[in-house]
Design a protein around this ligand. Sequence first.
Ligand code: HEM
Length: 298
Amino acid sequence: MLKPQSAIFQENSNQFYHLEYQLDPSYSAEKIIPALQHALTKQSDQINLVVAFGKRLWQQLNPTWTPVELEEFTTLTSPQGHTAPATQRDLLIWIHSLSHDNNFDQVLHIQNALSGIAELKLDLPGFTYHDSRDLIGFVDGTANPKEDQRQLAAVIPEGQVGAGGCYVLSQKWVHKLNDFNQLPVEKQEKVVGRTKEDDIELEGDAMPVDSHVSRTDVKVDGKAMKIYRRSAPYGSATESGLYFLSFACELERFSIQLKRMYGLTEDGITDKLIDFSDAVSSSYWFAPSEQDLARILN
Ligand code: HEM
């Protein structure tokens, strides 16, 4: 049985690090594979490592099969002009643990191993903020699938090309924190669709059609389009936001939610949340099963 990369489901970390690399398409697989093998050697048993590939690099390393839905991200623009810009890259490495020190040792090791073949395009640490809140102050992850439901939502099932692997969406979002914090809490809650302090979903007429929850909690032909989110806040004194990171068994689940957020479905409703945060990067990835990853790297 093909197993997903176990670190995807390891949930006790509070320190995260996200690296996105672009490779020169002229480099051969013979040059890339030893560098990747070296980069992915763990520097500590305490850290969790996940690796995912953009479509171009995946097809270069593994020309015989590609998961059917795997595609490169294309820019989305809402009717009001908000954009989710495509910045499709080749390689995503997600490091997480309980220690920034250990993560950082691994980051230096990876950068050293890959610097000759790949350009670092995103270099972003993240952290757990209070009781798993975003920097806009709301608990993030509450409606995530739990226990066995996580794999059902995230892992491509047996019998399909890519079984045991996951489709992945990553997006760096920058919050407009001053604008959001100027809203009274009741209005902030209507943007998100949950209460702020105690994290309870708004009900009935209290739930606006353009809240973030209304736009992303979606069923297609009676089937809930569940995804497994592993996002982390990041921030400095001058810029803060969310590295949105999510895993799904169907890439369509991401694209449906994104279209609903960007007002690109028939109802034309745009997610209120995107008035208060800008996506500045977006890529789709494939995180192969443990076995497929080992096969590529050995
Ligand atoms: C600035 C970016 C974002 C922020 C701050 C944010 C924050 C939140 C918060 C606070 C919740 C409610 C609590 C929870 O259930 O986790 C939530 C729910 C959710 N978000 Fe986001 N989110 C962001 C972007 C996205 C994107 C890009 C997607 C999908 C492509 C997405 C998909 C979802 C889903 C599926 C839910 C659960 C809805 C439900 O079933 O109740 N989010 N998000």
